[in-house]
Design a protein around this ligand. Structure first.
Ligand code: SIN
Length: 524
């Protein structure tokens, strides 16, 4: 394989909201490469429908947004991180608007919608249900205005380069070439790991790469057991798994079981607007009780023109599969949606490895605690992307010129027996869904652990193809999730153990994973 070396001041791995916002911050400071492993806009950001939560409406206050976030996080939020999120969010949204973001309006005022567990209408949205796309558009355009930023698309990060206990960049694969990119600061913004589950709202790129490469490099990861499951994705054998936004329930949509009975009021006083973990578990209970593979979301009582105008993307996507959401019930079931855990960082995106920063879903500041409040993730990308960029800029200004020493890409291991990557990926995804999903227990987690052991040799091997490297990353992250979920013997937020339904002892402590030290409990 051909190989080459490049040097740059800032290497940003990932091109969603967090990576792009970080790029805007570092672009005036030095040269920047933004890597995406697929097309430039292919990230979870582009798929975000519901919106972005921010306390900007007349009847809202940052203090109320703070309380709602803390309550959804079920006692495990880092309060300082939440304070930063809700206080810095409004200014960054106004900045985004000044860069050309067009959020939906009612008359001349911004329109805010409702989502679960928010006590105010505070969700901004764009083109109805294409909020992420609008953010991506504006941020990509803004990044293009900086000559210091180059984009490398279809570039897969193999591993981080660690020299003298510092991160000095990353080795990437692009066009059958291994490129060693030496960077003074590296920012991980690779998003989440939804693809570990056979049912997910996430795009195909979300294979936990950033979490896995950071772990291999020795970074600390936190709270990997907290996986958020979105209550409603389209369930139809002929249709792709497609998010059916929570904003629909915010606008009055109702959940019904296959017998047409509304069930959420029996599970929670907030009914359809209860926190996501509660709604997802209630749906699973109804599915089991009625022996069905899905429940229904019903919008047929809402005004047809309102529904079409407010949710144009969902309307047209469902119509392709012969579901007219203004007339038909939508078959839905939960799916993996968001990882609350991730690479542990402080409030400035610094990880435990010097020169390595992380932001967005790949990172864990603790802002979401055990369960993320709906529509806080795009805001997190803006706020913490900017912060990670700023601190990376300061770090580079202070740092010495780093030495560039070439290092050979390890070639593929020859001793490893051949294996079917596609088959293992699919078995893994089903295993995670069935044994490490919305409801887990010691028995199911141990069964998953046993299966994962069969693939241990893959974790130790070196590969030079994207498919195999992705599988290795998925297995790495799956192991972290299973081990963390076994260690947390209690139910809190999105982590629900049927064998430990109470919070359990020391529930406030975090679960920390680090390659050299293994798994530990740690105070906040
Ligand atoms: C949705 O539109 O339901 C997703 C919003 C989110 O996950 O924050």
């Amino acid at each position: 394989m051909r190989s080459s070396i490049k040097t740059v001041d800032f290497l940003i791995i990932g091109g969603g909201v967090a990576g792009l916002r970080a790029a805007i911050e570092v672009a005036p400071v030095g040269s920047v490469i933004v890597l995406t492993k697929d097309m430039p806009a292919e990230s979870s950001t582009g798929y975000a429908q519901g919106g972005i939560a921010v306390a900007l409406s007349d009847e809202d206050e940052v203090g109320i947004h703070y309380e709602d976030t803390i309550n959804a996080g079920d006692g495990l939020c880092n309060k300082d991180a939440v304070k930063v999120l809700v206080e810095e969010g409004p200014e960054l949204i106004l900045e985004l608007i000044s860069w050309g973001a067009e959020f939906d309006k009612e008359g001349s005022k911004l329109a805010f919608t409702q989502e679960a567990a928010h006590s105010r209408r505070r969700i901004l949205h764009a083109q109805g249900d294409s909020t992420g796309r609008e953010l991506e558009r504006v941020l990509i355009n803004k990044v293009r205005t900086f000559k210091s930023v180059s984009r490398y698309d279809f570039a897969f990060t193999v591993d981080l380069i660690i020299k003298d206990d510092r991160c000095a960049g990353a080795i990437i694969l692009r066009d059958r070439e291994a490129i060693h990119i030496y960077a003074k600061a590296t920012i991980l913004a690779t998003g989440g790991a939804g693809q570990l589950y056979s049912r997910t709202t996430n795009p195909a790129v979300t294979t936990g790469d950033g979490m896995a490469i950071a772990y291999r490099a020795g970074a600390v990861l936190q709270d990997m057991e907290f996986i958020q499951f979105h209550p409603t994705t389209l369930y139809s054998p002929s249709a792709p798994q497609f998010l059916i936004s929570e904003a629909m329930r915010g606008e009055g949509a109702i959940l019904k079981n296959i017998h047409g009975e509304r069930f959420m009021p029996g599970y929670h006083t907030l009914a359809e607007l209860a926190p996501r973990d509660i709604v997802s578990r209630a749906i699973i209970s109804e599915m089991v009780r009625t022996n069905a593979k899905h429940v229904y979301l019903d919008l047929t009582h809402l005004d047809k023109n309102f529904v079409k105008g407010r949710f144009p993307r969902i309307y047209s996507t469902c119509l392709q599969f012969d579901i007219d959401i203004t007339e038909d019930l939508i078959p839905v079931s939960p799916a993996a949606h968001y990882v609350m855990g991730g690479v542990k960082t402080n409030l400035n995106g610094e990880t435990d490895i010097k020169g390595l920063f992380a932001t967005g879903e790949v990172a864990c500041t603790g802002v979401h605690g055990a369960n993320r409040l709906a529509s806080n993730s795009l805001l997190e990308g803006l706020v913490y992307g900017a912060r990670a960029g700023r601190s990376a800029g300061e770090y580079v200004n202070k740092s010495q010129k780093s030495e560039v020493r070439s290092q050979r890409l390890k070639t593929a291991s020859s001793i490893l027996p051949s294996f079917d990557t596609v088959k293992i990926k699919s078995t893994l995804r089903r295993l995670m869904w069935e044994k490490v999903g919305i409801i887990r227990c010691k028995e199911s987690l141990n069964a998953a652990r046993e299966w994962l052991r069969k693939w241990d040799s893959i974790l130790k091997a070196d590969f030079t193809s994207r498919e195999r490297l992705e599988l290795k990353n998925m297995l790495t992250v799956a192991n972290l999730i299973v081990d963390s979920a076994l260690l947390r013997e209690g139910s809190i937020g999105a982590h629900y153990r049927s064998d430990f339904k109470e919070r359990g002892e020391n529930w406030q402590r975090h679960v920390i994973s680090q390659k050299e030290k293994g798994l530990q409990r740690a105070d906040a």
